[in-house]
Design a protein around this ligand. Structure first.
Ligand code: AVI
Length: 323
């Protein structure tokens, strides 16, 4: 007799509920920062990127605006046609500079933006060709690794993967290593990865970027409680939680928490979660790297670091690694 296990697909809401309960029933409690990005979270993140304290966006934008020609040269050095695959493409405001340079240099390539948001992909497919008429674009909506496999099925050209915006920082170092290892397994010799890191720098400057005076980052974190109330039938009293950010210059870990201001009970559907006064919920890590940390991550996961592009203040680096 054989037993077949049938995997029941869980919809997004069920997964959101399961992962939220798992985090809040753990000791210490945690939430997953991937859930920050509902429509309101997207808008607040846009405000974060416009904030004076949040130096990351301008730093990486400066690299793309000023050094896209050099980046394009490095990518096209071997002269063969390629697929440019962007993980978490968003609105491509930074990568558009690189796309322009590649088109100017008459490189033969196709652009495959990957994003978890259907709306983002539809927008890119509609709007990018209006700005870059000769761009060959195929949007892929879904999980990074599933879509990378799909891109490999669609074409056997060499791959150049873009993973910018310091998104790798939202994984702890161990998770970043597993991520890079999994990515490497989907790539072939000579494929390239262009990956953005926020660099270790003055600790106060880093902390200020995640603890802004205007309280925008605070709203960003608290919005997840609003989202749970709305989507999972929760009853968080938002005023009874406080945003707390910390930065450890030794490890480079910048972490944010929500702190319960009193002993309280929160219901999520029919589940009951108890909070002690001053208990913390770990919300997000934004890991900062030194250049040595970055090279170690590359070599440990089977990549060879080949080139680095910095902004003038050296706040940020886009590194090119080869498989
Ligand atoms: C998306 N990510 C790179 C941002 C960061 O800097 O870690 C998310 C963020 N969280 C608070 N501020 C910005």
């Amino acid at each position: 007799m054989s037993i077949t296990t049938i995997e029941i697909p869980t919809d997004n809401k069920t997964q959101f509920l399961q992962e939220t309960l798992k985090g809040l029933q753990s000791e210490p409690k945690f939430m997953l920062s991937k859930y920050f990005y509902d429509a309101i979270g997207d808008r607040i993140f846009q405000q974060i990127m416009d904030m004076e304290e949040y130096y990351l966006t301008n730093a990486e934008m400066e690299i793309l605006q000023n050094q896209s020609a050099q980046l394009s040269e490095a990518i096209s050095a071997d002269g063969t046609a390629f697929d440019l695959i962007e993980l978490g493409a968003g609105d491509a405001t930074k990568s558009i500079y690189l796309l322009e340079s590649l088109l100017d240099a008459q490189m033969e390539f196709s652009y495959f933006p990957i994003d978890i948001s259907e709306h983002v992909i539809a927008d890119l497919e509609e709007n990018l060709p209006k700005k870059l008429s000769s761009l060959d674009i195929t949007g892929l909506n879904g999980d990074y690794f599933d879509m990378l496999k799909k891109a490999a099925e669609l074409s056997d050209r060499r791959k150049v993967v873009l993973f910018m915006g310091a998104n790798i920082g939202n994984m702890n170092v161990a998770d970043a290593e597993s991520f890079c290892l999994s990515l490497k397994q989907l790539l072939a010799p000579k494929d390239l990865l262009i990956i953005g890191f926020d660099l270790k720098k003055n600790p106060q400057q880093i902390l200020d970027a995640y603890n802004d005076k205007g309280g925008i980052t605070r709203s960003f974190n608290l919005n997840l409680l609003h989202r749970i109330n709305k989507e999972l039938d929760g009853d968080f009293n938002i005023d009874q939680f406080e945003h707390y950010a910390s930065y450890d210059p030794a490890s480079g870990a910048c972490k944010s928490y929500l702190i319960s201001l009193k002993n309280q009970i929160v219901n999520i559907g029919h589940h009951v979660i108890q909070f002690a006064e001053n208990e913390h919920i770990f919300m997000e890590i934004s890991q900062k790297y030194s250049l040595d940390d970055i090279d170690q991550l590359a070599t440990k996961t089977g990549f060879k670091p080949i080139q680095r592009f910095f902004d003038q203040k050296q706040y940020f680096v886009d590194a090119i690694w080869r498989v």
